[in-house]
Design a binder for this molecule. Sequence first.
Ligand code: TTP
Ligand code: MG
Length: 349
Amino acid sequence: MRKIIHIDMDCFYAAVEMRDNPALRDKPIAVGGAANARGVLTTCNYAARKFGCHSAMPTARAFSLCPDLVLLPVAMDKYRAVSSDIHTIFRQYTDCIEPLSLDEAYLDVTDSAHCQGSATLIAQAIRNEIAKQLHLSASAGVAPNKFLAKVASDWRKPNGQFVIPPEAIDNFMVPLPVKKIPGVGKVTAEKLHDKGIATCGDLQAFSKATLIEMLGKFGQSLYHYCRGEDERPVEPTRIRKSLSVENTYLQDLTTLEACQKRLPDLYAELEVRLEKQAKRDIHKQFIKIKFADFTQITRECVVEALQLDTFIALLSHIETELMQPVRLIGVGVRFAPITPDAQKQGALF
Ligand code: TTP
Ligand code: MG
């Protein structure tokens, strides 16, 4: 039986901004892009959430809900530095840490000797250290697996923790709404609701085969999740080797020019994704094309720095006469390997 802690910082980017400028503390604040540039909120504090503001909401809409909202630009480097400090605290308790984003991580403390081996006390201690050293609040979930720990960390948010011991799993799962399962978004939830399934208890009545038929591969995970089962280990060395974004087009693209026109949008999205993670040296850029018959090719080249023009060049090197209609374009980068030193400094997330 494992002991897993899932830690999730409370309104992370907004909390960092409030900490660094106490005058903001009692105001509704959000971090995100400007209203006039089709910006969206990356997050907002709890005062703003009371007005109905939330992550991914268009900034213009947020201002219409909350005219006094204080909007701050996204300061990624600052959040990365704080994230690194949080991981330094984690590492005092275990090396088995799997970051999910800057503000979220799984910790496997099964073999930790700290706090008499109590995962509950370790979670408490980590949250205390985060509060004491960094003046930020975190929430934690403690459970025998990753799935339950993640659900649990949301249970007493903000600044709380919730423990699901093995003997409590069955009672916890039966009434749990399906939309609390990570990975069940709006679409899946609606699909399930249409079948009269609202809770994990409802889901438990379905066979694995039926769930797979209904939801594809995710149906198999769901079969286990709705019983509170999850065998996935915490994977501490999830070092990204590459990062890419891709898009499948509603209508196949039939000319090189039509393909080229799609590159700036893909490039912009790639830049956003790169922004969100630790700074890494980029070694290569690649482009991936999937044709109408589902065959695909990739082309890549070594680069010193990321450039849109490189993708345009890679695309034009693909023999146009061989081209069938294109259904998908992807653009991405491959990272240079991380040195052990950088690894120690926690530059992985
Ligand atoms: P979350 O943990 O989802 O949100 P949060 O920490 O702001 O709030 P909560 O108290 O509910 O945990 O995301 C962590 C950070 O990731 C968040 O502060 C901003 C960023 N983020 C985005 O950039 N875009 C998004 O759509 C979401 C959800 C988060
Ligand atoms: Mg969070």
